[in-house]
Ligand binder design. Structure first.
Ligand code: CU
Length: 328
């Protein structure tokens, strides 16, 4: 506030002038309420990443809650700015200095209490939203603290609340998926059963990648020699975009494919089908035994046969890096 209005020194609460504090508060309250209602009822249903999984729903909810928390703060700053320009601006011909101010206990106390509440609220809300949805779809490393409910078993059958284990393997520049409960079969396609707890084990064969299943709200780093666990339960049928979210070389931008969430019985027959096919054509025997991480330098070169059999390719047109350099 620069210069005071000649008739009434404005910032000081005087019985003669308008009560600026109350006026600001009322305008702020109305605008904030309107903004929060708009955010919650109009904007929230369109916020990413949608509602395809439990993790995605929580993320959409979190973004909406944070927007609702931030809107009153932003509105207060802008409102005060506009109000000060309109009401407390220097009038033409007024060259006097503004009133000196020496602190205001009420404003200082309000500021400290207000900011403390906001920070503590964000801390509590963030923690709850990380713990309740079992890590919020993020990678928790090899020993997850927040586990998703579901029975663990070496086999998987539909509609039993048994956790489906899916290993996600990144390599330059493709994703493949192994299903240990189906003989460790490996596919370039990600299929998931709906309404089933899924435990992803994300790893890499070469450089750092990041597994990002957008519509599922899952994002987990894929690091070589690391088993990174992330949980999700898909809640709706449909397609999922899988992208690499860590710059990993020249074809990083092309490192994506699509997953599908299907009914549990359809998933089971697909998985059994791939397992049977890979048993018959020799891929299962040629694959390294299922493990949580792989050392590609000791995996014997499997050569181009695999590509011919299953259409899986990795760096230089090979699946898993060759043990000796070969011209592609
Ligand atoms: Cu990548």
């Amino acid at each position: 506030m620069s210069a005071a209005e000649p008739p009434a020194p404005s910032p000081a609460p005087s019985s003669a002038g308008p009560r600026h504090g109350r006026r600001l508060f009322v305008i702020w309250l109305v605008l904030s309420l309107a903004a929060c209602l708009l955010i919650w009822f109009v904007w929230k249903p369109h916020l990413p990443p949608g509602t395809m999984s439990d993790a995605a729903r929580h993320q959409q909810f979190d973004i909406a809650v944070l927007a609702v928390s931030a809107a009153p703060v932003v509105i207060f700053v802008l409102l005060y700015f506009v109000y000060a320009i309109v009401v407390w601006r220097a009038r033409p011909g007024d060259d006097s200095d503004g009133e000196p101010t020496y602190g205001n206990t009420k404003i200082q106390a309000t500021w400290i209490v207000g900011t403390t509440i906001i920070v503590l609220w964000l801390f509590v809300f963030g923690t709850v939203e990380l713990v309740v949805p079992a890590g919020a779809g993020a990678g928790q490393g090899p020993a997850p603290i927040w586990k998703l409910d579901g029975a663990t078993s070496s086999t998987w059958t539909p509609n039993t609340n048994t956790m489906l284990e899916v290993q996600v393997i990144g390599q330059q520049w493709t994703w493949t998926y192994r299903y240990p409960q189906f003989g460790g079969m490996e596919s370039s396609e990600l299929l998931l059963p709906v309404n089933t707890p899924v435990e992803f084990h994300v790893t890499s064969l070469d450089v750092i990648h990041s597994f990002w299943a957008y519509q599922l709200g899952v994002k987990a780093d894929a690091n070589p020699q690391v088993d990174n666990v992330a949980y999700v339960t898909a809640k709706a049928l449909g397609s999922v975009t899988v992208r690499c979210n860590e710059l990993c070389g020249i074809w990083h931008g092309a490192m994506y494919n699509y997953g599908h969430v299907v009914p549990p019985t359809e998933f089971q027959s697909w998985a059994r089908g791939v397992q049977a096919k890979e048993q018959a054509n020799g891929i299962l025997a040629a694959l390294p035994p299922y493990a949580l991480t792989y050392d590609p330098t000791v995996i014997p070169q499997m050569g181009k046969n695999l590509i011919k059999i299953d259409g899986i390719t990795g760096a230089a047109g090979y699946y898993y890096p060759p043990s000796d350099p070969v011209t592609p």
